[in-house]
Ligand binder design. Structure first.
Ligand SMILES: [Zn+2]
Length: 477
């Protein structure tokens, strides 16, 4: 029998607001355990939550960018469960009236077709703390710094039919969130993590099979592996005449396999009820219009503009528009007078190479656009050779060096000394009679060697254009 995968996602996104969702504690990552806490986020008796307005606006922006309906009267609900990472013994979340419904993201299937993945809803909630297992004392320690950090949970319909579609969806979602500036989406710090709901059914069927859930996945590679492995396990289970059990499974990346953790809870197990400590939130037209007006330009609009206004190639646009940070750098360079194509070339070749060598995600790039623009300007004016320009960029990348001071210190400025260039060309022709003979009998390949020798004699300080002109002229004689 031919089987098909049916997969849905619940994506948790940590927002990058300065403070927590219901109190004024900082959301900064790290910090000594239990130092970013107060009576509200640790659930002390009598402490009352106050909703962070920015959290609502971030969720509204995300919903608007993803084509969702915004719920005008949105409410919070209490999700009750007892676990040591949750000092209140309940989580404030949304069940009955989440802030956004519907909407979706278009992905590309493995066959290259366009496909729309529908969203079920987006809701706001608070994050839980972190448990640290200490093998020395065989005890578990609680760190509540993360308690109350605002989360958005983005829930899809079970529309995915392959791991490829899931990864494409997550890539586009992450880039949209970064363009919106609502989350830094650092997967390794867990600021974006996905729960996978996976089932299989006979290909083309319309009934859903029993699903299993895999929680807190925070690497694209592990997600793709986990989906394929779990689908195969379920197919083998069904083909051997057994039933798939509804349960939560844990993915072990080292073992490349998943293991049963516990049977899955249903909504009624959480005894949800309306949160009595928070009034409903009414979003009126004025507020919605204000947030809509503050939406930044997103990747799709940038793609069109880069093509029409900047005249960049589809290939370059494709890479640039995956990263909000690279788009910002490009636009800053253009605003400083760099020609768009030249700016894109520098980012895609030199800047990305330096990022890769430093093991740095492009999203974390710290580079002053003004300094790079200055380097490109000096190169275009013939005051720097390309090799020296690269060297200057490396210094700026490594420790934000002052470009002019660096060039002066290293003596990189091109010297416009026609006499020195002529003398160098002369000497190279004299020292390399064989190469000259080869060139004059039609072997163009030795030309590069001769230029290299000239540049070496001039210690790289001449403008290659000047050297070229002088060398061509001397060889023609
Ligand atoms: Zn607090």
């Amino acid at each position: 029998m031919k089987w098909e995968l049916v997969c849905g996602l619940e994506v948790h996104v940590e927002m990058n607001t300065r403070t927590k969702i219901f109190c004024g504690c900082t959301t900064e990552f790290g910090g000594a355990p239990n130092t970013h806490v107060c009576p509200v986020c640790t659930g002390q008796p009598g402490a009352l939550p106050v909703l962070n307005r920015q959290v609502v606006e971030n969720a509204m922006m995300t919903g608007l960018a993803l084509g969702c309906d915004i719920t005008r009267l949105t409410r919070f609900d209490r999700k009750n469960y007892f676990y040591p990472d949750l000092p209140k013994a309940y989580q404030i979340s949304q069940l009955y009236a989440p802030i956004c419904t519907k909407g979706g993201i278009e992905v590309t299937t493995e066959e290259g077709k366009k496909k729309f993945i529908r969203l079920h809803e987006i809701h706001m909630e608070e994050d839980a703390g972190k448990l640290v297992h200490d093998p020395w004392t065989e005890s578990t320690l609680c760190d509540y710094n993360r308690c109350g950090v605002p989360l958005m949970e983005i829930v899809t319909e079970p529309d995915f039919r392959s791991a490829h579609e899931v990864i494409d969806f997550l890539t586009k979602l992450r880039s949209t969130l970064q363009f919106l500036g609502v989350s830094d989406c650092k997967m390794q710090e867990g600021s974006i993590r996905a729960d996978l709901n996976i089932s299989v059914r006979p290909a083309g069927g319309d009934k859903l099979g029993t699903r299993t859930e895999m929680k807190n996945m925070n690497s694209f590679k592990a997600i793709a592996r986990a989906i394929d492995t779990e689908a195969r396990r379920q197919i083998e289970t069904l083909e051997s005449g057994n039933k798939v059990v509804q349960e939560t499974r844990r993915w072990d990346d080292n073992k490349d396999a998943s293991f049963a953790m516990r049977s899955k809870e249903n909504a009624q197990d959480y005894r949800y009820f309306p949160e009595p400590d928070l009034p409903p939130v009414y979003i009126d037209d004025a507020w919605l219009d204000k947030v809509r007006g503050s939406l930044p330009e997103l990747a799709d609009a940038k793609r069109v503009r880069y093509r029409e206004q900047y005249r960049l190639t589809e290939h370059d646009i494709g890479i640039l528009c995956q990263s909000a940070r690279l788009c910002r750098l490009l636009e800053e360079l253009v605003a400083l007078g760099t020609e768009p194509k030249e700016a894109a070339n520098w980012i895609l070749s030199e800047v990305l190479r330096l990022c890769k060598e430093a093991g740095l995600d492009a999203g974390d790039l710290q580079l002053d656009a003004g300094r790079l623009a200055h380097i490109i300007e000096l190169l275009t004016a013939g005051k720097l050779t390309r090799a020296s320009a690269r060297q200057a960029l490396e210094a700026v990348f490594a420790d934000d060096a002052d470009v002019d001071a660096f060039i002066r210190e290293k003596g990189l400025l091109v010297e416009r000394d026609a006499g020195a260039v002529a003398a160098a060309v002369d000497q190279v022709l004299r020292d390399n009679p064989d190469a000259v003979k080869k060139f004059r009998t039609g072997n163009e390949k030795v030309y590069g060697f001769l230029t290299g020798q000239c540049m070496k004699l001039l210690r790289g300080k001449a403008d290659p254009k000047d050297v070229n002109a002088a060398l061509r002229e001397a060889l023609a004689q």
